[in-house]
Design a protein around this ligand. Structure first.
Ligand code: AMP
Ligand code: ZN
Length: 112
């Protein structure tokens, strides 16, 4: 998608503070961090949101999930971390290219 911010970051057209990348994903620091550690795990493939996932994405999703503990450990999150996927306007999604938020390093608010 030519007008998608995360596609442009994945293509290297817009700079990001990248901490990891491979042939399937790129991981960079959120530009407005909500916690001391706030990473975004972004597939290179343009998938707008979880709503567009299908069976062809099974291996990609598993890959992204399995990356999380190692990324957290590299960031020093020995005590645990939080993952969030916002989906659609009702879920607070602002960038319509699927991504997983990885947060930690401070006292995260509870869910009530
Ligand atoms: P979401 O609301 O789940 O779509 O999350 C989008 C996230 O992308 C927000 O936390 C933003 O702070 C973050 N963001 C927006 N632009 C950039 C950028 N250029 N580089 C890194 N993170 C960004
Ligand atoms: Zn995209």
């Amino acid at each position: 998608m030519s007008d998608c911010l995360f596609c442009k970051i994945a293509a290297g057209e817009i700079p990001a503070d990248t901490v990891y990348e491979d042939d399937q994903v790129i991981v960079f620091k959120d530009i407005h961090p909500k916690a001391p550690v706030h990473l975004l795990i972004v597939p290179r493939e343009h998938i707008p949101s979880l709503k567009e996932m299908d069976a062809s994405h099974d291996a990609l999703m598993a890959h992204m999930m399995r990356l999380l503990p190692g990324l957290a450990q590299e960031q020093g999150l020995d005590n645990g971390f939080r993952t969030i996927i916002n989906t659609g306007p009702g879920g607070g999604q602002e960038i319509f290219h699927l991504h997983i938020h990885l947060l930690g390093g401070g006292r995260l608010p509870g869910f009530g």
